[in-house]
Design a protein around this ligand. Sequence first.
Ligand SMILES: Cc1cc2nc3c(=O)[nH]c(=O)nc-3n(C[C@H](O)[C@H](O)[C@H](O)COP(=O)(O)OP(=O)(O)OC[C@H]3O[C@@H](n4cnc5c(N)ncnc54)[C@H](O)[C@@H]3O)c2cc1C
Length: 420
Amino acid sequence: MFEPTLAAARAALAAVNPAQYARTRNALGGAVTRLSPYITHSLLSIPDCLQTLSTKHTLSFDDKLVFEFAWREFFHHVWGHLGDKILQDIRPPVWPGTYADTLPTDIKQGATGVPVIDQTVRDLYATGYLHNHARMWLASYVVHLRKVHWRAGADWLYGHLLDGDLASNHLSWQWVAGTFSNKPYLFNAENVAKYAPAAYHSPGTVIDTDYETLDDIARRGGNVGREQGQHLSADAPELVASYPNNLWAGGRFDLKTLESIAAQATGRPIRLVHPWMLGEPPPGNALNIGLIHLPFHAHFPWSAARWAWVLARMQALCPVVFVGDGDDLVPILATASAVNSTATLNGHYSPLLKKLSTQLAPSPRLLPDQPRPCNSFSKFYDVARRSATSLDHLLADGSANAVPRRWHQSGLPGMDSPAI
Ligand SMILES: Cc1cc2nc3c(=O)[nH]c(=O)nc-3n(C[C@H](O)[C@H](O)[C@H](O)COP(=O)(O)OP(=O)(O)OC[C@H]3O[C@@H](n4cnc5c(N)ncnc54)[C@H](O)[C@@H]3O)c2cc1C
């Protein structure tokens, strides 16, 4: 479904219809774009997408699609200000009990007995993708009905998604949990029946109830457990901290090989290609070296499918891919004439790149980043709208994309206040 090529990314973009998207996006079968793996790995940027779409469609800040793109930029804005603090509760949880810190096996195996959850887990394993509504239902069930801490669910989902993005994923889980919003996100069987096909409908299960009851379970109840009876279980793919050997015919390059390749690059700049910059390389004669910095992946392991996707694209771009502790590259790259890369907010890759690269290009963005931390999406979007006269103006004005991302350690004022 998501070939890791520029041609596939462009074909997916060419198929987007913003008007149909706005009408149908809430339904699982709706005209959503499925661009997320390409955007996460920068085969497409949001400004690229809107530039291309605006040649065929009239778009403005009022378009639902522009609004949804902006959610991604908002989450990255928050990540830029909070750094790795997005991985912890931003506000206190809605339930006073202690959430479990691991995901129960029946959830991982899609054997809860709640069809919408079990079907969603199977979809995730089969495709590495979920519709936004399915992600919300899954997260809500995990946190509020099964009393699993959002972080355990978020790490697991992140590893299986081809579009896994720490900011969008972990902050969305916090939004569902109520630690980055002012109330828990809840859903019931009626809501599923409205937006999903019959195989997901879940009458007679724990979610077949009213919102008052669900709110009571979320704030005062206990773990509702799986549905009684026998339920078929799916094979849960493992999440692994490095690529599985049998995946990659190219094999792993040792430091000696890399050293000799780097030495041959005399006079050519080296471009370090990490997993979040897999788009078209800029013109020039740079030697592309793929970079997999394993200390990050030890904390956030990926499914074999995600490894295969990223490595296939990296291999298409780079004659050599380094897989290891990136600190080992420091002496090898010390003699390079120039080392370039693209900035990322990733808490492991970012400090490494600063150590290794002489020049970091900013990651493209649509909306000008705001120097003051903003704790709500509507305020963030409002400020962006007011600062640009129109979307066309913003797209024509490259300056928005040139604003480098900052890495602030300061918290977001008011973020932990219940007034959000
Ligand atoms: C629990 C949970 C986990 C999520 N994890 C991720 C993740 O790891 N990576 C990720 O990219 N998105 C994540 N999202 C956001 C959203 O669900 C996906 O971006 C979207 O479903 C991807 O499918 P699409 O490309 O067809 O989206 P479309 O609906 O077609 O939207 C177009 C693009 O807009 C952006 N977008 C749309 N909705 C959102 C949103 N709510 N938040 C942020 N960006 C959005 C994405 O870049 C998306 O590709 C998560 C949402 C939830 C509720």
